[in-house]
Design a binder for this molecule. Structure first.
Ligand SMILES: Cc1cc2nc3c(=O)[nH]c(=O)nc-3n(C[C@H](O)[C@H](O)[C@H](O)COP(=O)(O)O)c2cc1C
Length: 366
């Protein structure tokens, strides 16, 4: 069988999966007015054969929204929408559904936050631009969070995690990667705090650890994963010594017994193998993702599992374009190519209309 190692069952703690293929989180901008609905439930249910199905980045607070029509999880309507998704996924397959909690921090935008000024560790603007319905717009300078506000922000993650469980999801993934709020705390160039939540490695990792601890205490550590992208320069991040930061972070998180660490191999940015670092310091389940720097290769993923370097591999674009990715890989079948033009818009087109292998074969035969 091709990719034999990706089809070994996996078990650690309460996590049991039939194979090693997870779906990476993908923002698709199809949750109308931040509430998941029928279309989103269909999309996720189509991908319910993932071992772990990690959802699109979902804001735990209105001020954390950075893009058009991305899902939130801070009010009852959004929770009901996620319940519809969870029901559809669990009816369709064995995937463990983890909702990714993505507070955008300084890369939120007033056009999406009802005019509220975005918040961040420090008042440092991101130089880039963001798509808005009125065209591309500059980011704004965020407001630095006061020390006595941090507990409330932490509790936004906790409340969203509680809502995720109440909606029937299997857990949440804390998004501490790709330049969003938690990553902004970790990185020197976005965190100039002098109140014990910045200054040095111990200070910069502190908020992330507190969020992880509080979320794990609220819903159970086995329901909380975390995503990391050491050194990744997305969204204007520049970490000067990622190895030191993530050594300390992984060591601090290790005793919590979280469901998994989901680490992007960001070696071209970090200058060292971030997967090797995580395997060494992380005692629990390790999920790898290829990162933005290269096309991820399935044979390479299979080898990573074979060599024991990681436990599961998350695929983003390949899962986007192949709802039945595990079945296709198992069969050694051809893969649909992702259509970049419909990544972030297009309704059902480029979202729920990628054919399964059976559908593609039927269409060929017809
Ligand atoms: C359309 C699109 C949306 C994405 N949205 C998210 C997101 O919401 N959260 C996140 O952590 N990463 C997001 N990513 C990054 C992917 O999870 C993944 O790291 C990246 O695509 C590289 O993996 P791949 O080569 O398997 O696609 C996104 C990537 C793409 C292409």
């Amino acid at each position: 069988m091709p990719y034999d190692n990706l089809f070994q069952p996996y078990e650690r703690g309460t996590l049991r999966t039939a194979h090693r293929i997870a779906m990476a989180p993908l923002t698709r901008n199809r949750a109308k007015d931040t509430v998941p609905g029928d279309l989103n439930a269909t999309y996720y249910a189509q991908r319910a054969d993932a071992a772990i199905l990690i959802t699109e980045g979902t804001h735990p607070a209105a001020v954390g929204q950075g893009y058009l029509d991305i899902a939130g999880l801070h009010n009852d309507e959004q929770q009901a929408g996620w319940a519809q998704v969870a029901d559809a996924v669990h009816a369709a397959g064995d995937a463990r559904l983890f909702i990714q909690l993505m507070h955008c921090g300084r890369v939120a935008h007033p056009v999406y936050t009802d005019g509220e000024q975005p918040v961040a560790p420090s008042a440092i603007k991101h130089d880039g631009q963001v798509f808005t319905p009125d065209g591309m717009e500059d980011y704004v300078t965020p407001r630095a969070l006061e020390t006595d506000e941090l507990a409330a922000v932490r509790d936004q993650y906790v409340d969203a995690a509680r809502r995720a469980v109440a909606a029937g999801a299997d857990g949440v993934e804390l998004h501490a990667a790709n330049g969003y709020l938690l990553h902004q705390f970790l990185s020197e160039n976005t965190n100039e705090r002098t109140d014990g939540y910045g200054t040095d490695v111990a200070g910069r990792i502190r908020f992330v650890v507190e969020v992880a601890e509080a979320t794990a205490a609220a819903i159970g550590a086995e329901r909380v994963g975390i995503r990391l992208s050491p050194g990744h320069e997305f969204n204007g991040i520049k970490e000067t010594d990622p190895r030191a930061t993530y050594d300390a972070l992984l060591r601090a998180l290790a005793p919590l017994g979280l469901a998994y660490a989901h680490v992007m191999e960001t070696e071209p940015y970090a200058g060292y193998s971030t997967l090797e670092q995580a395997r060494e310091l992380w005692p629990g389940t390790l999920i790898a993702n290829g990162g933005f720097s290269e096309e991820y290769d399935v044979a390479g993923a299979d080898a990573l599992v074979a060599d024991g370097k990681v436990d599961l591999v998350a695929f983003g674009r390949r899962f986007l374009a192949n709802p039945d990715l595990p079945a296709r890989l198992r069969a050694g079948a051809e893969l649909n190519e992702p259509d970049e033009d419909t990544f972030y818009s297009g309704g059902a087109k480029g979202y729920t209309d990628y054919p399964t292998l059976d559908e593609a074969q039927d269409a060929k035969a017809a």
